[in-house]
Design a protein around this ligand. Sequence first.
Ligand SMILES: [Zn+2]
Ligand SMILES: [Zn+2]
Length: 258
Amino acid sequence: MRIPDYHVHTEWSYDAPRGSMERSCEQALELGLPAIAFTDHADFVTVNPGQYCVDIVGYLQSVERCRARFKNLRIHSGVELGEPHWFPEETRRVLSVGKLDHVLGSVHCVRIGDRIVDAGQLSKSPDVDPVTFAHSYFAETLAMIEGGQPFQTLAHLDYPKRYWPGYREEDFEEQLRAILKAAASRDLVLEVNTTRGNVICPSLPALRWWREAGGKAVSFGSDAHDPAKIAAGFDQASDLVEAAGFKPAAEPTALWRS
Ligand SMILES: [Zn+2]
Ligand SMILES: [Zn+2]
């Protein structure tokens, strides 16, 4: 069974020099995926130079060109909002173009003292304690959910894990359960993010907590910034999601549900 990939970046993301919407469609067809969602970055703060927010009008034209060209693939539109609760006006402007199929809410950065630190800087910042970072990260994630910005999917719940080999979900159980409870009460979808192949965010403990919190739906996202990475790690991720009590729907493009 093939699972749709609902978190993919293309040339419309500032950090995807290898991205390509067209080649991603070809790759998805080759893999036999029933659907794909392009969720390029709408970031308004970043520690990296460049243009951070997707040109949403140009992006949507590109989606339309791909839909016309790849008729056998379901192509969903989307966006990945970075820290939308910090930028309500910018978020509103991006979303004002019309209905997008997948709006992801993501935290990448936290404030530590008077600095803004991205989790990706953890390994290069010996002065930042990863435990402190993770606590701030989870507090920020809860604030994003409670901030009520209009996203439907909570992306990469424990993103710092990618950059911190010592991370264990159990050490942050209380904060993670609070986040999952808030997400369930908003009826959000929890994304299982497989960017790093063998680093799956979140893993089995938090997926079980998601079910216990009343979470109903799970999506799968490779977070590919390169067409070659589409749907990578989905076999392992789907085993975990199944072990936590979620099942695929009969309709192949639908989300997995409890
Ligand atoms: Zn992200
Ligand atoms: Zn992403």
